[in-house]
Design a protein around this ligand. Structure first.
Ligand SMILES: [Zn+2]
Length: 336
């Protein structure tokens, strides 16, 4: 194989309901990350075309010829749907044409993604953001062959790995376990239409509603010993831990990695509660299961998108040098 057969530069997109990030990397590591607010009006292909423009903007700043890019890895909010053999997405927080989208300035019901990116790239790999994050933790972190990635942020989502195989499902939607039904008494409505599912009860969008206070205030009150706030946080940690216990019993998991802004800002308070909820049950299945923050921190979905398309020859060098650390000095927006 000659060196000409290897890509010299690759691109990634991280598409969230609020922000979108594009990155470009060469063999030495990620070179630049650019972030914009995700567009919410225009034609349904607006978001995919915004992604292409953001990649072009990176190229321009780096003085790279966009034609040199052949591969793009995409970490995106879901859920996904296959149409005419190409992956698109139908996120409730971007599609105004869905039943609860009255507050959005569009009538979108399906957003093309792969078909637009294929106009420019020969290799397009798309994964749900939590699935991509687990690819990142497997490639660059320490996630073992049987592991779970979960984000606790505005929403709650999972990536699931069994026997070293990260699960995708029929349309790439494996791991949408934030919509598992848990409570039959909760009246809180999820963006998916469920009442009492995990994301409805604990997702950042709804969590504060039960006390009429912002989520940040509830956690800060709990940290200062406010009894009622502490009870609310403990109850949330119990539901979250119970969902992880359930998944552990289904998948025979070794290790759980947690990201997302709610977790990152409150890890010290939440981690022991969640760990206890898992390992207090059925020791034959839960003994030794570890719970820890994502080792890639807030870069986990960007690095997950790179993991989807990274040439194998670059992996060891990136790992050894922690090549992603250069991105930490730039401003990082939470895209979940
Ligand atoms: Zn839901």
């Amino acid at each position: 194989m000659t060196s000409n057969a290897l890509p010299t530069v690759i691109a990634t997109l991280d598409i969230g309901g609020t922000k979108m990030a594009a990155c470009i990397a060469d063999a030495s590591g990620p070179l630049l990350r650019v972030v914009q607010s995700t567009l919410k009006s225009g034609k349904p292909d607006t978001i995919a075309r915004q992604g292409l423009r953001l990649i072009d903007q990176c190229c321009q700043q780096l003085q790279i010829d966009p034609a040199a890019l052949q591969s793009v890895g995409v970490s995106s909010c879901g859920p996904f749907e296959l149409r005419d053999g190409a992956t698109g997405f139908i996120p409730p927080n971007l599609c105004g044409g869905l039943h609860n989208g009255d507050d959005l300035p569009n009538d979108w019901t399906f957003l093309p993604l792969e078909s637009v990116l294929r106009e420019r790239f020969t290799t397009v790999r798309i994964a749900n953001d939590c699935v991509a994050a687990l690819h990142g933790e497997r490639t660059f972190g320490t996630a073992p062959a049987n592991s779970i990635y979960v984000t606790w942020s505005t929403g709650i989502g999972f990536g699931l790995c069994v026997d070293g195989h990260i699960l995708n499902g029929k349309a790439g939607n494996a791991g949408h376990a934030g919509h598992m039904l848990l409570s039959d008494t909760s009246e809180v409505l999820c963006g998916c239409g469920n009442r009492g599912d995990l994301e409805a009860m604990l997702g950042g969008r709804n969590f504060g509603k039960q006390l009429g206070k912002p989520l940040e205030v509830i956690f800060s009150d709990a940290q200062q010993g406010d009894t009622h706030a502490l009870q609310v946080v403990q109850e949330a940690a119990r539901w979250f831990g119970r969902a992880l216990y359930n998944l552990t019993t289904i998948l025979d998991t070794e290790a759980i990695f947690i990201g997302g802004s709610v977790w990152r800002h409150n890890e010290a308070l939440l981690a022991p509660l969640v760990q206890q909820e898992i390992t207090d049950r059925f020791p034959a299945l839960t003994r030794g299961v570890t719970v820890q923050g994502a080792t890639l921190g807030e870069l986990v979905t960007d690095m997950g998108a790179f993991a989807l398309v990274l040439p194998t020859m670059w992996v060891n060098d990136w790992r050894a040098r922690r090549a992603w650390e250069s991105l930490r000095s730039e401003s990082i927006a939470d895209t979940h």
